[in-house]
Ligand binder design. Sequence first.
Ligand code: SF4
Length: 417
Amino acid sequence: MNWTSLLRVYLTRSFKPFVFEGTYENTLDFEKLDDLGLYVHIPFCRSLCSFCPYCKVVHNKPQADAYKIALLKEIDLVCKGMSGKKKATSLYFGGGTPAMMLDDLKDIIAKLKEYFDITGGIGVELHPSDITERNLEKLKEAGVTMLSIGIQSFQEECLRKIGRRNDAFVEKIGLVRSSGFEVIDVDLIFAIPGQTDAILASDIHTAFASGATQVSTYPFIDFTFADNAYKPMSEAVKREMLEHLTEYCRKEGIERTSVWTFAQRHTEKYSSVTRDAFLGFGVSATTLLKDAFKINTFSIPAYIERIGSGNLPTSLTLRFTKRQRAVYYLFWSAYAMRIDADRFEELIGIPLKRMFGLELFLATKSGYLKKKGRVYELTDKAALLFHGVEQAYTTAYIDKMWHISRLQPFPEKIILK
Ligand code: SF4
């Protein structure tokens, strides 16, 4: 048994693995959930990047048109039984490249607004080549307030190694800034071969100096199904780079908002994953309910066909045990560097201390957690540890799950040990 399995067994106090069954239901039980987020996946890109693990295909108009019809219908299918409009705290569009369906976003947003009051912002991931004055205007007209720009690096050599090229990045971020978007996230990758701490610090500086309100720094992960010409640097180097970039941000007065994100003080966060419940629409989108986690099929034709037959496109469903749900909550709270004992009890129905009292005590004594009232905050030392944990589970769980889902539209079962 490897250490990721051992940790799962220890935290869930059970040998039962995470079992994703190839079953689905046509009714999702979400009406009573609070802090509900919405996510829409647009799986089209102009061309495909070698390092990218996400569910995407090269754009073609007829397929994108059929996809839009299916997406609108999926929203109706999920929401048809609602007793009234429900509050949703956020809406994020990811991909793929959502701008490949730029003219359709307003219709998708309008459809969601038939069922939800979206109280927080609306965020869209943007490829730098889609940043033009006209496109930014269209996004604003559609109600978008937050953008996440996939820059990855400002340095030519690093970009070349991941199959990208610089396309007036600084000017484009500046254009986004002057267009008045409230939140501007810039995605950067670290541990690209040849990248140094100085290059990374300069990238972070450039991002903020050009107008970013947040920088997300993701470690270069070599997914088994990616086609990377260059491999990431070693885990030890990744750790050191994260440590140094954290020190750099602290020195510059930039706030750490999660293990891999840093933001200017008093700005809103761009974060689609740290929600206690969310509904996902589109291929590969995931849905988190009180006691279940669902994944839509990764296949666009299968998605369109299933919805065409009046059924939801769920390909896999995990029904959490109480402990598994608690561990899932802790995992994403730890990523956001903040474990709220009251929120835990509301969601799980058992006091946090009763379930994990010994672990909290030891982690606090060893300098991994700081208790502030009812909240446990992760220290930088804990974040460094969690960085390793998150990467290990990305390889052990997400890589496996996505690999199978790319090959089979509706797998019978996936077991994550
Ligand atoms: S990195 Fe972005 S543009 Fe490249 S394939 Fe992935 S989603 Fe598409």
